[in-house]
Design a protein around this ligand. Structure first.
Ligand code: ZN
Length: 461
């Protein structure tokens, strides 16, 4: 094997394989397998005409996909690929190969061989994982269900509650991102997972069931937990993916996507579509200008119909007025496709924060006060893994902030016919306000707190 840089070259004699994950592994493999991709892209493959662009072969590292017009053409290309692989010293693993044949829009049965071995043909209900996402005749799928067992394991572990929260936020939630980004996850399964996640968060923050929902997703600066809702995240990823494909640097991908989008809009209009297609309005989920008449009974769903629905749900506008510069606009945020996920997550968080501040059941009163302090990160740190709180404080913190401590003054805890007076002083109604600020028994501590705050502010001046 010779490595050449400019005019210089070095001869090397590999004695062992290159480990997966090694920095050199993928460039060397890509170089060595290049003849395979070239064979798939050469003139022996007539390719498949997809929305005006010819598609022959796609490859990502060792995942190679070949597209042809018929099973016999596919078999011919596979034979050529096998021969090429043999001369390179590579071998295909027939067990990991699969083929999918569409006949009149439906998956049909066929027999293809790679080398001597038959490869699996995907039926109408079969799926094969390609680049981490299930692909098959049907594209919709349920995400892997190990999230709930993982939540159980973390809940039962001996970690501190703020560490459990951090693991949930920085490991468990992102583990689903790839599926949300590249697949079409069924919405009902995400709604179910969201409910399970809230139960888990309620457990580690010691909250009762009637804690307000925006609390879980609101900004940490106002005392929220700052996590993401999976149903929102799926919509955000769908919009981001659609926008990124439309502005992709690869002209083949970009043109196929744009043409498919135009075709989808025309199909929706059936016969009487307008001369200039309302692409931006369509993707933004608008119903103006006759777009409310669009129907997709026969065409089914694709990325563009899903992106339209997602934009409608999230109230996102997609601005395509600049040809190359597509912008995604929501509330006061306008972002480019590459920054879409981050920008839209921020928008979603701001909305939950606003919902928490305006909560009708008084659970947002403390959040309102915290929101007055605009720049400090101290509040966010309290609910991070670097929190200075003790276990006892943590159990108490979120309940106290949301004013849902188990006190007699609350109708959900104690019916009004029963004694609602303070269990310590017996004088007033036992509410969060009374216990924290007005109870005679606690006045000594309240004075101490007052003095500490005063001393602290005096030192800062
Ligand atoms: Zn009292």
């Amino acid at each position: 094997m010779d490595f050449a840089v400019g005019k210089e070259s070095i001869r090397i004699f590999p004695t062992a394989g290159v480990r997966q994950g090694d920095a050199l592994s993928s460039p060397i493999f890509n170089l060595a397998s290049e003849p395979l991709v070239r064979a798939g892209k050469s003139n022996i493959n007539p390719g498949f005409l997809l929305f005006g662009s010819l598609v022959k072969t796609t490859a990502y590292a060792d995942d190679i996909a070949v597209v042809t017009n018929s099973p016999s053409e596919l078999q011919y290309i596979l034979n050529v690929l096998s021969l090429t692989a043999n001369t390179l010293g590579l071998q295909f693993n027939a067990g990991k190969c699969a083929c999918l044949v569409f006949d009149k829009g439906k998956p049909s049965e066929t027999q293809c061989r790679i080398g001597e071995q038959l490869i699996r043909c995907l039926g109408p209900d079969d799926q094969e994982t390609y680049l981490g996402t299930p692909i098959g005749g049907k594209l919709r799928f349920r995400p892997p269900t190990d999230l709930i067992p993982n939540l159980d394991k973390i809940a039962a572990s001996n970690l501190a509650p703020w560490q459990k929260l951090e693991i949930f936020r920085s490991h468990l939630l992102p583990s689903l991102s790839h599926h949300l980004a590249s697949g079409r996850v069924l919405k009902d399964s995400l709604t179910q997972l969201d409910t399970e996640c809230r139960k888990f968060l309620g457990l580690i923050c010691n909250l009762p069931n009637h804690a307000t929902v925006p609390f879980f997703y609101a900004d940490r600066r106002v005392g929220g937990l700052g996590t993401c809702r999976l149903t929102d995240d799926a919509d955000i990823w769908t919009i981001a993916r659609a926008a990124q494909l439309l502005t992709c640097r690869d002209p083949t991908v970009r043109n196929i996507c744009r043409e498919q989008l135009h075709d989808t809009i025309r199909r929706g209009f059936r016969t009487e579509h307008p001369g200039v297609l309302p692409v931006g309005e369509y993707l933004s989920g608008s119903v103006d200008g006759g777009l409310y008449r669009l129907r997709y009974a026969e065409a089914g769903s694709n990325l563009w119909t899903l992106a339209r629905q997602a934009a409608k749900r999230l109230g996102v506008r997609i601005d395509v007025s600049g040809d190359e510069n597509l912008r995604i606009v929501a509330d006061d945020v306008s972002v480019s496709p590459v920054k879409a996920v981050r920008g839209l997550r921020k928008v979603a968080r701001q909305r939950y924060t606003r919902n928490l501040l305006t909560d009708k059941s008084h659970q947002g009163v403390v959040a309102n006060c915290l929101s007055l302090e605009g720049t400090s990160k101290d509040m966010a740190r309290l609910v991070s893994c670097r929190t200075p709180l003790s276990f006892r404080d943590w159990r108490y913190l979120h309940r106290a902030r949301l004013d849902i401590l188990p006190l007699r003054g609350h109708s959900w805890f104690c019916s009004q016919e029963q004694d609602t007076s303070c269990r310590r002083c017996g004088k007033e109604n036992e509410t969060g306000y009374h216990v924290l600020n007005h109870c005679e028994e606690g006045l000594q501590l309240a004075t101490k707190r007052h003095n500490t705050v005063q001393e602290f502010s005096w030192k800062r001046c």
